[in-house]
Design a binder for this molecule. Structure first.
Ligand code: ADP
Ligand code: BMX
Ligand code: ZN
Length: 291
């Protein structure tokens, strides 16, 4: 049974075919439209899935946002150009005629990364540092989604009560500082208007402001990981997302964590499935539902 897996992020949309062998085929990517209106996202998804849908027998979506009863509800609408609500399952079922499952992107990625582990770890947390900061918690081998889908939204825990306003309406969330958007929003002067990718390149070239912005993100992420260890007692934290996977970033997070008391130390790894963890996790969850 082939699954058409879709990953909806704040910056990019990806889709691919995933077989029972967990291999990704025919992966395609598009930019996420930044628009308040659901129509723009619907059109982009239509273009993305059109060449793939005839080869699949179901759809599995990993999407940014709180996923409740098949709908996307943004906790931080700014990550999607102001879009608050999108009927994911209804839209993909109408576009493809295939049964569709939807789950939060970081929760899906956590499930894939949990299945990639070769040891007896039963408690792990996945964190994506991307457009936003998302999380997925596996406790006792179970994916924790919560009754309303909010579980694991680690990006909306408090990093700094005097920090910037977060798009969720709270002041000082981890996401408002550590995410790609947070890093970009804090840039000033010569770096004002640059995206996080550019800021990382400038940091590699030795730009001091860029180095400080990246280091601040890594410090905030390390504190979040220590808090997460205290809440879940997880044995491992896996980090993904384009910021999380950027060269040298995880090493900086690790160095910050190592300065904390040993009780907060936890094994840190980069995502085994790199940028495909969400796609694979959604496919695995859909396969689990029907096999
Ligand atoms: P999404 O949030 O759509 O899942 P990504 O995981 O690619 O997408 O995260 C997008 C964020 O990552 C943006 O803020 C972008 O500027 C930043 N980014 C993309 N590539 C890199 C890179 N090579 N190094 C650092 N940041 C990056
Ligand atoms: C935000 C939130 C989470 C998501 C996380 C990472 C929205 C639209 N998204 O905290 O649900 O998991 O971003 O998402 O409110 P990404 O787009 O960075 O992958
Ligand atoms: Zn927030």
């Amino acid at each position: 049974m082939t699954t058409l897996a879709i990953d909806i992020g704040g910056t990019k949309l990806a889709a691919a075919l995933v077989g029972e062998d967990r291999q990704i085929r025919e992966r395609r990517e598009l930019s996420t439209p930044a628009s308040k209106t659901p129509q723009a996202l619907r059109e982009a998804l239509k273009t993305l899935v059109a060449p793939l849908q005839s080869q699949a027998c179901r759809v599995a979506i990993a999407s940014t946002g709180i996923i409740r009863e098949g709908n996307l509800l943004a906790i931080n609408p700014e990550n999607l150009g102001g879009l608050l609500h999108f009927p994911l399952v209804k839209t993909l079922e109408a576009l493809t005629g295939l049964p569709t499952l939807a789950v939060n992107d970081a929760q899906a990625a956590a499930w894939a990364e949990y299945h990639a582990m070769e040891d007896e770890t039963r408690d792990m947390v996945f964190i994506t540092v991307s457009t936003g900061v998302g999380g997925g918690v596996i406790s006792g081998g179970q994916l924790i989604t919560g009754t309303g889908g909010l579980a694991g939204h680690l990006g909306h825990t408090l990093a700094d009560p005097d920090g910037p306003m977060c798009g969720c309406g709270r002041v000082g969330c981890v996401e408002a500082i550590a995410s790609g958007r947070g890093i970009a929003a804090a840039a000033q002067g010569e770096l004002a208007g640059c995206d996080a990718k550019t800021i990382f390149s400038r940091a590699e070239e030795g730009n001091e402001q860029a180095i400080r912005l990246v280091a601040h993100s890594a410090q905030v992420l390390a504190r979040l990981i220590a808090d997460t260890k205290a809440v879940t007692d997880c044995q491992r934290v896996v980090v993904g997302g384009s910021v999380g996977l950027a060269p040298g970033y995880l090493a900086q997070v690790r160095a910050c964590l190592e300065l904390m008391p040993p009780v907060y130390h936890v094994e840190l790894r980069a995502a085994h499935y790199r940028h495909d963890a969400g796609l694979l996790g959604a496919a695995l969850l859909a396969q689990g539902e029907t096999s």
